[in-house]
Write a protein that binds this ligand. Sequence first.
Ligand code: PLP
Length: 447
Amino acid sequence: MEQYTNNSPSDSDNDIDLEMLDDPCCNPNKPVEITFEEITSAAYKIRSGISYTPCIRSHMSRLTGMDIYLKKDFLQQTGSFKERGARYVLLQLTEEQKRNGVIAASLGNHAQAVSYHGYLLGVPVTVVMPIVAPIMKIQKCREYNANVVMEGRNMAEAKRVAYKLAKERGLFYINGYDNPQTIAGQGTIGLEIMEQVDDIDAVVVPTGGGGLLAGVAVAVKTLNPSIKIIGVESERCASYSKAMEESQPIHTDIEGTLADGLAVPQVGYNAWRTSRSLIDRMVVVKEEWIAVAILRFIENEKCVVEGAGACGLAAILAGHLDDFKGKRIVLILSGGNIDTTILGRCLERGLAADGRLVKCKITVSDRPGGISELCKFIGSIGVSIKDIIHERAWVTSDVFSVEVKVVCETRDYNHTVELRDMLHSKYKKVRFDNIPMIELGPPLNSF
Ligand SMILES: Cc1ncc(COP(=O)(O)O)c(C=O)c1O
């Protein structure tokens, strides 16, 4: 195992991965394995600046048939676990590095964490955020006195800008998932979980660049190798699964996802080296399930959890972890930073995926009273109409018909079934849009 240093990479590294080599702490030629001792040392050093977050039994245990515990790390000051790694890296800097300042490239959580702890520790911070970064997160970094540079259309471009500025201005670059000290800091969550919950069968870890997964896996497996470590990622950025297929970190195309915190195209080399032999399973979840999980956290736990943090529950709801029924499972709720506008959209998508917000087309009589009769009929079973449009020009049946499109809100799956059956019993032409599968009943695709 190589010791990591903050020195420049050697010339022989040149043909490997130019982008990675700009960060000497993350050298693909010399990946480092993070040890349990480093994690315990990080835990000791960061303890005065990081919240020891609760890990409590979920109200959803009965619904899912599992004994679920929730590690609520979204309760950190800046809304994510990223503070752990950020604070540890900042504390380990030399006096000169502290004076010169640090730089990070991030869409949000890591940038906020570095800005906040830099502010507390008196270290000047520059963060490079791509122009697509959420305004709320940009503002937060500014509130913590960070120098915010808005450059790059995506994270890869922002990173390149950050490397360049680091070199020009002599700033220390902090990788948010692959700096060995970042990984050690994230691993402290694993230590806390082991103190907080007995007889754990599995810990489920949202995975982006792999830093959280690696740190938690080392902490948990060292203390109890029989506990399963399960990583979870969105189908739209499954870079760890791809690395498993290829047996090495590899570039993966990513698409827009509700779990934006996990949108890292390539797993970190140190994170991979540290975690690869400790991971029992990687689960890939669909976006609909992430939306439903965000909704469930709000409705059942009164918690606002961002897409990335909700992936563990999404995996359970989607049935990927059914073999853990009757077992004790800890989900890491890693972040809660979600823009209010995005939250609104997530909730609507969650309701739709859950079969509680449904769209249907009904052809009714165009004679006076036809549409009002439909509305009364729908209202009679307590279904609320959210939107209604009627169409005359393109209806192919008789001219005395009108096609009515309604968006309805129902109580639950059974209520939707009741609505469907009632409409079919009264009207000849009824068509429901495709509704994704939900866990409370059979697929509604056949509507
Ligand atoms: C909320 C949240 N959860 C999980 C992760 C994944 O962490 P890692 O990139 O270390 O795998 C991130 C990364 O930014 C995150 O912001």
